[in-house]
Design a protein around this ligand. Structure first.
Ligand SMILES: [Zn+2]
Length: 346
C-alpha cells in the first residue's frame, strides 16, 4: 500500500544518480558509481527470475523477447532481465535515492530507496517513438523528476532525438505512488494525469469504467490500460505487448495485497485473467516488494531494511493463483498467506 525510499542505477548503460537525497545526475555507463555488490551483478543474465514455471504460451518466460522494432533507432528488442536483488536499505550512505534498472532499451524500472521510504515503491518508464510514459512518482523526498529527465536525456541521445512528450500517470492514487507529482507540474513537455477517477477516465478515454480496456499509444508501442479497482477505486493496470509485461501496481506484487473493496478486487483480478487469456503475459510486475526470499514470510510492516528480499517479478501463474484464491473466498474474504504474496482484505 505504501512504502518508500530510493536510489538508482541502470542495468547496462548503468546510470547512477547522485547521493542520497540530493540532486542527481546521470552518468553514462563509464562514470557510474554503481552499487557495490549485488544489484547489478546479474544485470545481463536474461530473465531468470522466480518465474521458472511460467506457463503462458506466448511469453515463454520472456528471455530475450523479440518483437518488431518500430524503428526508433536502437536495438529495442533486447531484454536485460531483472536484477537478482535490489538495494536493500542496509547501507544507506552508499544508496542513491532512486535505483534505475534498464529492463530493455526502452523500458526502465525505478525503485525508490528504502533509505528514503520504507514503502520502496517501484516506478516504470516506458518509451515509444512519440511519448514516454511514467507510471507513478514515488513516496516523496526524492528527486524523481531529475532522475527521470536524466534517463530521458540519455534515451534521446541514444535514439538521435531531441525531445519526447512525457506523460505522467499513476497505478493508483495512494500517497506512496503520487507524492512526486509536484515536481512535474508546469514542466515543459510534460502531461501530468490527475489522480481522481474522473481524471483517469477522461484522460485515457474510458467511457465505461472498470469494464472497458482502452489503448494508449506511445508511438510504435500501444499499451492497454485496464481498470482494476479494489485496492483503490481508480487503480489501473498497464499491459505492454512489446515485452509482454503486465504492470499490476498494488493489486498484485510480492507482498501484502491490501484489499479495500473485495468485490471490486475479485472482478478486477478476473478481468486481468480474461485479458491474459488473449494477450501473452511473460512478467507480472507490481509496485512493491514485501516478501522475503523465504516462501510465505514477509517483512514486518514498516521495515526499511529488506535483507534477502524476494525478487520483484511475478508470472502469469501468480495471477492465476491469486484469482483461484480470491474467487474461492466467495463472500468471506480472509487473510491468506501464499508463498509469494499475502491476501490481506481490509
Ligand atoms: Zn503502494
Amino acid at each position: 500500500m505504501k512504502l518508500g525510499t530510493g536510489l538508482m542505477h541502470l542495468g547496462l548503460a548503468l546510470a547512477s544518480v547522485g547521493g542520497c537525497g540530493d540532486s542527481s545526475q546521470t552518468t553514462a555507463a563509464g562514470g557510474a558509481s554503481h552499487q557495490g555488490g549485488s544489484p547489478n551483478g546479474g544485470a545481463n543474465q536474461g530473465a531468470s527470475g522466480p518465474g521458472s514455471g511460467t506457463t503462458n504460451s506466448g511469453g515463454g518466460g520472456a528471455t530475450s523477447t523479440t518483437s518488431s522494432n518500430g524503428g526508433s533507432g536502437g536495438s529495442s528488442t533486447s531484454f536485460n532481465g531483472f536484477p537478482p536483488e535490489w538495494p536493500s536499505g542496509e547501507a544507506c550512505s552508499a544508496e542513491d535515492p532512486i535505483f534505475v534498472w534498464q529492463l530493455t532499451p526502452d523500458t526502465y524500472i525505478l525503485r525508490q530507496s528504502l533509505c528514503t521510504s520504507f514503502e520502496g515503491p517501484f516506478l516504470y518508464l516506458l518509451f515509444g517513438e512519440d511519448k514516454v510514459l511514467l507510471e507513478d512518482t514515488g513516496d516523496g523526498g526524492i528527486p524523481v523528476r531529475e532522475v527521470v529527465q536524466s534517463v530521458i536525456d540519455d534515451w534521446l541521445a541514444a535514439n538521435n532525438k531531441s525531445s519526447i512528450e512525457l506523460v505522467v500517470m499513476h497505478s493508483h492514487s495512494h500517497g506512496d505512488h503520487v507524492s512526486g507529482d509536484g515536481q512535474f507540474v508546469g514542466q515543459p513537455g510534460v502531461t501530468l494525469v490527475g489522480t481522481g477517477l474522473n481524471d483517469v477516465t477522461s484522460f485515457f478515454g474510458i467511457d465505461n469504467w472498470a469494464t472497458e480496456i482502452v489503448p494508449f499509444e506511445l508511438g510504435g508501442r500501444t499499451l492497454s490500460m485496464i481498470p482494476i479497482p479494489g485496492h483503490q477505486s481508480a487503480h489501473v493496470a498497464i499491459y505492454d505487448p512489446k515485452y509482454e509485461l503486465l504492470l499490476t501496481g498494488d493489486t498484485l506484487y510480492p507482498g501484502r495485497l491490501y484489499i479495500q473493496n473485495f468485490g471490486d478486487y475479485v472482478t478486477s483480478v478476473e478481468r486481468l485473467v480474461d485479458f491474459a487469456n488473449s494477450n501473452p503475459v511473460a512478467w507480472v510486475l507490481g509496485t512493491h516488494i514485501e516478501m522475503t526470499q523465504t516462501p510465505g514470510v514477509d517483512f514486518d510492516f514498516g521495515a526499511d531494511v529488506h535483507a534477502n528480499e524476494r525478487p520483484l517479478e511475478l508470472t502469469l501463474d501468480h495471477l492465476l493463483e491469486l484469482e483461484a484464491a480470491v474467487t474461492a473466498m466467495g463472500n468471506s474474504p480472509s487473510y491468506q498467506v501464499h508463498d509469494d504474496f499475502i491476501i490481506y482484505p481490509l
